[in-house]
Design a protein around this ligand. Structure first.
Ligand SMILES: Cc1cc2nc3c(=O)[nH]c(=O)nc-3n(C[C@H](O)[C@H](O)[C@H](O)COP(=O)(O)O)c2cc1C
Length: 310
């Protein structure tokens, strides 16, 4: 059985949650897993390695053999990399998404410990590097995604990657309703990777104003900039304005080095200036994650019926 078939057999929907800095909590992961998708959170969200240890223990105990994922920023600016990796290895976390750096030794170490290793990419050539490193799954991040985004159309990205990669392929960016989920599959994705749609979930660690902004805003309210982290990311325009910044004249913070670990001084970008992707127009209410996933399941079934897909 292929990995894609194996994973999908364990899920109600072909969906994996996108891990989100600050926003994803252990409670969100548990709710996502219980509702039948792969739950995910960044290792850096719990405030310390000890807190990560506690969270992973709780997730593991609660979700049993349902698949869940911890996202590890493999970039050198992540000071907790080794300590968090030790936690991941000790708990035998089933899926690890490596972000922002190619590290073949890390891939091998995790796989030797039984983990599936996925890596996100924004270009076909990055995907080829990941395949050379022996990852188990590739996450293609298209234009319009929340957080650090790609700039290529998902059509182009999926066409190019699917030409040569027959392994697990996950599509990320703007997927939030039943039709976009079905469309991701038509493009060749085994799973859809959904982030921003969960920002308005009750279990997300997002302020009430952030949740409301997700409900109120749509694609026109999203802007892309590399000013906050040095790498292109999508942000909600109203949150930029609320912080007294001019979206047309965004400057890197003084002395601000590129720091893509998501931590340190640049946390402000994620805590106060809120990131989201262009797909949020589909999110009409703030509610428990399970309620959104129920709605998505229903909407996906309707999309399949409308398209005559069994
Ligand atoms: C607020 C926010 C924070 C994010 N933080 C991370 C992160 O820490 N690590 C990561 O790999 N991806 C991160 N992402 C990207 C998501 O995992 C996922 O790729 C993206 O949200 C998918 O696009 P969508 O938001 O349009 O659904 C973040 C996205 C958002 C919206």
């Amino acid at each position: 059985m292929s990995l894609a078939t194996d994973l999908r057999a364990k899920l109600r929907l072909p969906v994996m949650a996108g891990p989100m800095f600050i926003a994803s909590t252990a409670d969100l992961v548990i709710a996502q897993c219980k509702a039948g998708i792969i739950g995910a959170m960044p290792a850096l969200n719990p405030c310390s390695t000890a807190a990560l240890d506690e969270d992973v223990a709780r997730i593991r105990e609660t979700v049993g053999d349902r698949p869940y994922c911890i996202n590890l920023v493999a970039h050198r600016t992540n000071e907790r990399l080794q300590a968090d990796l030790d936690v991941i290895l000790r708990h035998k976390v089933p899926i690890v998404v490596l972000a922002l750096a190619a590290n073949p030794d890390l891939v091998k170490e995790l796989q030797a410990n039984g983990a599936l290793v996925f890596q996100d990419v924004i270009k076909n050539r990055h995907a080829q590097k990941c395949a050379e490193m022996g990852v188990d799954g590739i996450i293609a991040v298209g234009a319009g995604a929340g957080g650090h985004t790609g700039d290529q159309s998902p059509f182009a990205l999926m066409q190019e990657i699917r030409e040569w990669w027959d392994g697990l392929l996950i599509l990320s960016g703007c997927i939030a309703n039943g039709r976009s989920l079905l469309a991701a599959e038509v493009l060749g994705a085994d799973l859809a990777y959904i982030g921003s749609a969960f920002l308005a979930s009750d279990e997300a660690n997002t302020q009430a104003g952030f949740k409301q902004m997700i409900v109120d805003c749509s694609a026109a309210d999203i802007t892309v900039t590399n000013c906050f982290t040095g790498v292109n990311a999508n942000f909600l325009l109203p949150s930029i304005l609320k912080n007294g910044l001019d979206p047309k004249n965004l400057q890197r913070p003084p002395g601000g080095e590129i720091n893509i670990s998501g931590g340190g001084a640049n946390s402000k970008a994620w805590r106060d200036i809120w990131s989201a992707g262009q797909g949020i127009g589909a999110i009409k209410r703030s509610e428990p994650a399970a309620a959104y996933i129920d709605w998505l399941a229903d909407d996906y079934a309707q999309a399949k019926t409308a398209m005559g897909v069994a």
